[in-house]
Design a binder for this molecule. Structure first.
Ligand code: GTP
Ligand code: MN
Ligand code: MN
Length: 610
C-alpha cells in the first residue's frame, strides 16, 4: 500500500512550468515511484525561498539566527554528518570500469535495489524539482541537471551552491539540452498523522552513480556531500566520466588569481583532499607588499582547452560549502567576512546564547556558554567539541570580498600552475616543482594525506588520494590517470606547470615546520616566479626545490634553517615512501599507465635505490 488519499501524478503535474517532455517524463517517473503528496518546482524566486524557509522553520529543520543576517542553522541527525564513502557506488556496466577503488554494483542489480528503497519514499512529503546549471548558463557547453528531492534543507542549500530555478529550466527548454538526472530522498516517508522529525534520514544509505546513463540516485542521507547532488556527485563523479569521454578535466580544485607588484596576473588551480586547505588557500590575503590574490573557486574546477591551447578553468559552483572548524578571524578573515555578509545555512556548528554561531577556531577565546551541535549545554570545560569537526558553512560565493571580477566568465580563466598537496607529517617537502607534465601527473597520482573528519572513518591514517579525487573519480582510477597523461599529449597544448606542496610537515616536537595559512602566499610567490622563469631552483631527486633564500621570508618570524627543514628530502623517508608507492601501484593494478610506471623507476634511480 503506497498510495494514500492523493491525486494522481498527472494532477500533481498540472502546474508544471514546462512542456519539455524529457523533463516531464523524468519528473513523472520519479513521482510515480516515490508517491509524494505534492510537487513543487523551484523557480529561484525570493517569495518561494521565503515560504520554504518558514516551512522549514515550522518543522524545526532549521532555526533562524539573530545574526548574520538572513542566516539559518540546521543540526543533523548525529549519524548523518559526513560523506559515506562505504555507501557510495559507481554502477558502470563492467566492474573493471569502476574499480579498484570504487564500490561497484551492476546497474541492473542496483536499479532493482533502488526500485525497492525509493518505492513510496516521499509519501507524506513534497517533492521539489530543482533545475540547475553547473557553471555559467552562457558557457559554450552549459552543463544542466535536475535534482528532485524531498528535503527543504537540500532545496535551500542547492539554492546557494548552484545556479538554480527558472534560469536553468528556461535554458534547458530553449536549447533542448540534456540534463543529468539527480534523484534524492531522505528515505523517511510519513504515514498520515505521523509527526516529522527535524532531520529526517534513514539508516539505509545509497549514494549511487550511473556514469553511462549520466544519472545519480541518492537515498537516506541529508548531509551535503551525499545530498546536494550538483556538487560531488555531478560536478566530480559524473563530470569526470563525461570529461574523460570529451577530453577535459573535472577536478577537486580551488581556482585562485595572483597578481604581482608589476600588475601581472596568473591563475592557479590546486587540489588538496577534503579538509586540507582549499577553502583557506582560495581566500588567502597575501601579506607580501604589492602582491594580491583573488578568489574564483574553492572546491571544484572544470578545465577545458581554449583556442590558444591553454587549459581554462571554471568553478561550476555558486557557493561555498566550507569546513567551519579552523575557519577564523586569524586563519581565514576573508571567509569570516563572507559569512558575516549573510545568506548562510550552517550545519552542525554550535549556537551562541544570543542566537549566533560559533565553532572551534573561530575566535581565540571560547564563549563561556554554548549549545553544542547535539543540542547540549557546552562550556569551555566540556570534553567534546562544541561544533562537529565536519560542521559546515554554506555561503554564496558572491559574498567573498576577494572574489575576482572575472569569476563569472562563462568559459573560465587560463591556468598557469597546478598545485597538488596533502597533509603529511613527514617526507613530503614544503614545495617542489615537477620536471614536466608526466612527472607532475606522477606526483598527483601518489598524492597522500592523513585522513580527516570530512568522511566517515578513522582520522589520521595516511592514504593515497590521487589528485585529491579518490572518493570522486566516476570510473577506473588507472584510466583516470591515463586520461591525465593523454591530456598532456594534446596537440598544441600549452600546459600548466605542476607543483607539489605540503603545509603540514612537522618538527620532532610535532609543531608545524611551516606557519601556513596567510604565509602560504610566500610559496605562491615562488610558484608564480617559477612559471615566469625568474626564480632559481635546485634539483632534488623528487623535483625542483627553492634555492637557499629562495622563499621570501621578509617580515616572517621563522628562520631559513627551519624552511630548509620543511624542504628537506630525507633518503630514509623516501626509501619507505617508494615501497609504499610500489604497493599503491600494485593495488591500482594493470590500468596504471606505462608512463607512470616509468616515472616510478626514474624516481627509484634518482634516489639511488635501484
Ligand atoms: P573540503 O571543502 O572538504 O574539500 O576541504 P578544504 O580543502 O576546503 O579544507 P579547508 O580549507 O576548509 O581546511 C580545513 C582544515 O585545514 C582546517 O582545519 C584548517 O585549519 C586547516 N588548514 C588550512 N590551511 C592550513 C595551513 O596552511 N596550515 C595548517 N597547519 N593547517 C591548515
Ligand atoms: Mn571538497
Ligand atoms: Mn572547502
Amino acid at each position: 500500500m503506497t498510495v494514500i488519499d492523493r491525486g494522481s501524478v498527472e494532477d500533481l503535474l498540472v502546474n508544471a512550468p514546462t512542456k519539455n517532455s524529457k523533463v516531464l517524463d523524468f519528473v513523472r517517473s520519479i513521482a510515480e515511484r516515490t508517491t509524494p503528496d505534492a510537487i513543487e518546482w523551484i523557480t529561484g524566486s525570493e517569495e518561494q525561498r521565503s515560504s520554504l524557509l518558514s516551512q522549514a522553520i515550522d518543522t524545526g529543520t532549521i532555526v533562524k539566527l539573530s545574526h548574520p543576517e538572513d542566516s539559518y542553522y540546521a543540526a543533523s541527525d548525529p549519524d548523518d554528518v559526513a560523506r559515506v564513502e562505504d555507501r557510495t557506488f559507481i554502477c558502470s556496466e563492467k566492474e573493471e570500469d569502476a574499480g579498484p577503488l570504487n564500490n561497484w554494483v551492476a546497474p541492473a542489480e542496483m536499479k532493482g535495489i533502488l526500485n525497492d528503497v525509493f518505492a513510496g519514499a516521499m509519501r507524506g512529503r513534497t517533492m521539489y524539482v530543482i533545475p540547475f546549471v553547473m557553471g555559467h548558463v552562457d558557457a559554450t557547453q552549459p552543463m544542466f541537471g535536475i535534482e528532485v528531492t524531498d528535503s527543504p534543507y537540500v532545496v535551500l542549500s542547492m539554492g546557494i551552491m548552484a545556479r538554480t530555478g527558472d534560469v536553468a529550466l528556461e535554458a534547458i527548454d530553449r536549447l533542448g539540452a540534456d540534463f543529468v538526472e539527480c534523484v534524492h530522498s531522505v528515505g523517511a516517508p510519513l504515514e498520515p498523522g505521523q509527526d516529522d522529525v527535524a532531520w529526517p534520514c534513514s539508516s539505509t544509505k545509497y549514494i549511487t552513480h550511473f556514469p553511462e546513463d549520466r544519472s545519480i540516485w541518492s537515498y537516506g542521507s541529508g548531509y551535503g556531500g551525499n545530498a546536494l547532488l550538483g556538487k560531488k556527485a555531478y560536478a566530480l563523479r559524473i563530470a569526470s566520466a563525461i570529461a574523460h569521454d570529451e577530453g577535459w578535466l573535472a577536478e577537486h580544485m580551488l581556482i585562485l588569481k595572483l597578481t604581482n607588484p608589476e600588475g601581472e596576473s596568473k591563475y592557479v588551480a590546486a587540489a588538496f583532499p577534503s579538509a586540507c586547505g582549499k577553502t583557506n588557500l582560495a581566500m588567502i590575503e597575501p601579506n607580501i607588499p604589492g602582491w594580491k590574490a583573488e578568489t574564483l573557486g574553492d572546491d571544484i574546477a572544470w578545465m577545458r582547452f581554449g583556442p590558444d591551447g591553454q587549459l581554462y578553468a571554471v568553478n561550476p559552483e555558486f557557493g561555498l560549502f566550507g569546513v567551519a572548524p579552523g575557519t577564523g578571524y586569524v586563519t581565514n578573515p576573508t571567509a569570516m567576512t563572507a559569512i558575516e555578509a549573510g545568506g548562510n545555512v550552517f550545519t552542525n556548528v554550535a549556537l551562541t546564547d544570543d542566537g549566533g554561531v560559533w565553532w572551534e577556531g573561530m575566535t581565540d577565546e571560547k564563549p563561556a556558554h554554548l549549545t553544542d551541535w547535539r543540542g547540549n549545554d557546552w562550556t569551555p570545560e566540556s570534553e567534546t567539541p562544541a561544533a562537529h569537526p565536519n560542521s559546515r558553512f554554506c555561503t554564496p560565493i558572491a559574498n567573498v570580498p576577494t572574489i575576482a571580477p572575472e569569476w563569472q566568465n562563462p568559459d573560465g580563466v587560463p591556468i598557469s600552475a597546478i598545485l597538488f598537496g596533502g597533509r603529511r607529517k613527514t617526507t613530503m617537502p614544503l614545495v617542489t616543482q615537477t620536471s614536466d607534465w608526466n612527472h607532475g601527473v606522477f606526483m598527483g597520482s601518489i598524492l597522500s594525506s592523513e585522513t580527516t573528519a570530512a568522511a566517515v572513518g578513522k582520522v589520521g591514517v595516511v592514504r593515497r588520494d590521487p589528485m585529491a579525487m579518490r572518493p570522486f573519480i566516476g570510473y577506473n582510477v588507472g584510466d583516470y590517470l591515463q586520461h591525465w597523461i593523454n591530456i598532456g599529449k594534446t596537440d598544441g597544448a600549452r600546459l600548466p606547470k605542476i607543483f607539489y606542496v605540503n603545509w603540514f610537515r612537522r618538527a620532532e616536537d610535532n609543531s608545524f615546520l611551516w606557519p601556513g595559512f596567510t604565509e602560504n602566499a610566500r610559496i605562491l610567490k615562488w610558484v608564480f616566479e617559477r612559471v615566469n622563469g625568474t626564480a632559481d631552483a635546485v634539483q632534488t631527486p623528487v623535483g625542483f626545490a627553492p634555492v637557499a633564500g629562495g622563499i621570501d621570508l621578509d617580515g616572517l618570524d621563522i628562520t631559513e634553517e627551519q624552511v630548509q627543514k620543511a624542504l628537506e628530502v630525507k633518503p630514509d623517508e623516501w626509501a619507505e615512501e617508494l615501497q609504499s608507492i610500489d604497493a599503491w601501484y600494485d593495488e591500482l593494478g594493470e590500468h596504471v599507465p606505462a608512463e607512470l610506471r616509468a616515472e616510478v623507476e626514474e624516481l627509484r634511480d634518482r634516489l639511488g635505490l635501484k
